[in-house]
Design a protein around this ligand. Structure first.
Ligand code: NAD
Ligand code: WQD
Length: 340
């Protein structure tokens, strides 16, 4: 019983996690509807590990499609649930699409896990649930703040649905990982982040600018209370994040979890400004980046970084890669995709 359903496994974090799972002892079934990815990432996974994961093209928010999948793979022991829409700004314009996609998917997966006897559930949550924390770094005990967007709210409500469900069905145990800012790509450059259209996130915007696809990076605000005035986040390597999922799943399989619903912060534990990221990128890529300072972006917080001591103590997880490594892999991936 080592079969794991990885929803959104063709996406950015999902594809990196599938590599780590298949390099461990797990058998993987990916479900993805390719709303924000394409089957090229499955080819990349196969080139990295020499084996191809099973792929089912289906929509997690569609109960009948997911029921079919569980009927066919009735030995699914656990689910890692990445599949979600994640564009913060778009979620403000299309709240119902976000709630339908992200919330129905969680409900369907938990229902089917229960119905078919699967036991383990790992959920992609986000540091967005903390809003702007009053005290830094944030621990898992820090108060949650009202979400700034429908997207952020799907993470808060998602955690609530999972907590209530596992309390009511003792057979299922869950771990929510609250990611901070994953960046970078697999060192092989076979998989990485491939945003459709104009990137919302900082690092893909930087690499696309360096690749000449965007004329310049706009830095949103230099009047924050930080050493250089730009906002602070906790950036860390996506391969380290992928490994955290394997450790979380191992914990559930071993039964070493301390309660049926646990939450862990996953980040580097260090705050870095936007300008520091730009400087570090310039150093590792050897390219001068064209940028300008513009006004703050609506809905942005000033600063956040994680206290990751709980993940270290309980999961035995800690970031291994440096910021520079992560930025270099992001750049190598961008160059490969663009044929530079
Ligand atoms: P991504 O868009 O690259 O991956 C998500 C994948 O899910 C995509 O392949 C998409 O096609 C698929 N998908 C979406 N809705 C689906 C559905 N209804 N049925 C089947 N497949 C569906 O995003 P990512 O960056 O890899 O994020 C993965 C998860 O981590 C998401 O839940 C996201 O909210 C969460 N998260 C991401 C970040 C980040 O900075 N990237 C931070 C915190 C949390
Ligand atoms: C990082 C910093 C920007 C782009 C978002 C979501 C959050 C989470 C991760 C999933 C900020 C600045 C960015 C640009 C810039 N996702 N920036 N110019 O804001 O931490 O979080 O993604 O849950 O929910 O809100 O990440 O990469 O968008 O921005 O100056 O073109 O870079 O203002 O300070 P963020 P980000």
């Amino acid at each position: 019983m080592n079969k794991i359903l990885v929803t959104g496994g063709a996406g950015y974090i999902g594809s990196h996690t599938v590599v780590e799972l298949m390099n461990s002892w797990y058998e993987v079934v990916i479900v993805d509807n390719f709303s924000n990815s394409n089957p090229g990432s499955i080819d990349g996974i196969e080139r990295i590990i020499g084996r191809r994961p099973v792929l089912v093209e289906a929509d997690c928010s569609d109960y009948s499609q997911m029921h079919e999948l569980f009927k066919k793979h009735s030995d699914i022991a656990g689910v890692i649930h990445f599949a979600a829409l994640k564009a913060v700004g778009e979620s403000v314009e299309k709240p119902l699409e976000y709630y339908r996609n992200n919330i129905l998917s969680i409900i369907n997966l938990l229902s089917l896990l229960r119905e078919f006897g699967g036991k383990h559930f790992v959920f992609s949550s986000s540091c967005t649930v903390y809003g702007q924390p009053d005290v830094l770094p944030v621990t898992e005990q820090s108060p949650l703040k009202p979400a700034m967007s429908p997207y952020g709210n799907t993470k808060k409500v998602g955690e609530d649905i999972i907590r209530d469900t596992v309390l009511a069905s003792a057979n299922i145990s869950a771990i929510a990982l609250r990611y901070f800012n994953p960046i970078g790509a697999h060192p092989s450059s076979e998989i990485g982040e491939l945003p459709l259209g104009k990137p919302d996130n900082l690092v893909p915007f930087i690499t696309q600018t360096a690749a000449g696809i965007r004329p310049k990076l706009q830095i949103f605000g230099n009047d924050y209370n930080s050493p250089d005035g730009t906002a602070i986040r906790d950036y860390f390597h996506v391969v380290d994040l992928a490994k955290a999922h394997v450790l979380a799943l191992d914990r559930l399989f071993k039964g070493s979890n301390k309660s049926n619903f646990e939450v862990f912060n996953v980040g580097a534990g260090q705050g870095v400004t936007v300008l520091e990221i730009v400087k570090a990128f310039e150093k590792v890529s050897g390219k001068k980046l064209n940028y300008e300072i513009v006004g703050r972006r609506a809905g942005d917080i000033e600063k956040v970084w994680a206290d990751t001591s709980l993940a270290e103590k309980e999961l035995g997880w800690k970031v291994k890669s440096s910021l520079e490594d992560a930025l270099l892999t992001a750049w190598n991936w961008e160059k490969k995709v663009r044929g530079i």
